[in-house]
Ligand binder design. Structure first.
Ligand SMILES: [Zn+2]
Length: 272
């Protein structure tokens, strides 16, 4: 080997070693992608470690499923106070990479952690139906604890139950047995000839005075997103994320929102 070649080989080896050490150091220093903090409540080390392990498992599944990651680490903070305000419900502050969870929800074991991870990982969406629908769909698939709005049930079964309750509220207390009947009673209340649309779902999502309708709206959003992802796009999450960011159903699926809603309505009326 010539002197020059030997020199070149030495430089190459040095560069490789430098890159290897640099990467190893970066890995050792990198913060975990998701971290649980207990701000002002006392829980045992075992409970804390179990929650940390659970959210790490969920995080890996959600990132793999969505095919995208957050720009910075996520903090899940169990706390009853945030910025001087009492924390009443679990809330994601996506833009800060922060999720706050009331200690009551932690204690009850009904944390929608995969739901909130989905909010932070997916980031800004075109509208609230897509944002909440994706989070409900994701928690239904990967969430380890039962959580609002479907708890232990499948989204489809919880939606059937929820529509029956909304129908019972508006029809004077009888709970219809069939999904189609419940749906028709709910739609009769909306007005003659109207079928349930994502506009109604969007309105009901924020109706805190009507908890049954609000829960139904979360379930309908989750059910609709599940229909678009699984039935229409056959699991193509990259395509779904284009809809998520743009709201352009027709551009991605070739079908208008109205057509998709009509097909989804037939599915839920049949209990799907
Ligand atoms: Zn949400």
């Amino acid at each position: 080997m010539s002197r020059l070649a030997t020199q070149m080989l030495c430089y190459l080896l040095l560069a490789l070693a430098g890159a290897w050490f640099g990467a190893a150091r970066a890995e050792a220093e990198a913060p975990p992608p998701i971290r649980v903090e207990f701000a002002d409540v006392e829980f045992g080390a075992g409970e804390r470690a179990a929650m940390q392990a659970m959210v790490e498992r969920e995080y890996r599944k959600v990132v793999a499923f969505l095919g995208t990651g957050p720009h910075s680490p996520i903090e899940m903070r169990v706390t009853d106070w945030y910025r001087g305000e009492a924390v009443r419900v679990t809330t994601a502050y996506s833009w800060r990479g922060l999720v706050v969870i009331p200690s009551r929800v932690f204690r009850m074991g009904v944390m929608p952690t995969a739901h909130e991870i989905a909010h932070v990982v997916a980031g800004h969406g075109a509208n609230q139906v897509l944002v909440e629908g994706l989070a409900v769909h994701v928690h239904g698939r990967f969430g380890e604890q039962p959580a609002f709005p479907n708890f232990r049930m499948s989204v489809a079964a919880a939606l059937a139950q929820s529509l029956s309750r909304v129908a019972a509220d508006s029809s004077g207390g009888t709970v219809p047995a069939s999904d189609a009947l419940a749906l028709s009673i709910v739609e009769r209340e909306l007005g003659a000839g109207r079928t349930l649309s994502m506009v109604d779902v969007g309105n009901w999502l924020n109706d805190l005075d009507q908890p049954q309708r609000r829960r139904a709206a979360y379930l309908m959003a989750g059910s609709f997103v599940g229909y678009v992802v699984e039935d229409v796009l056959k699991g193509d999450m990259a395509a779904f994320m284009r809809i998520y960011r743009s709201g352009d159903y027709a551009g991605v699926t070739g079908q208008s929102l109205a057509r998709l809603e009509a097909a989804w309505r037939i599915k839920i009326a049949a209990g799907g």
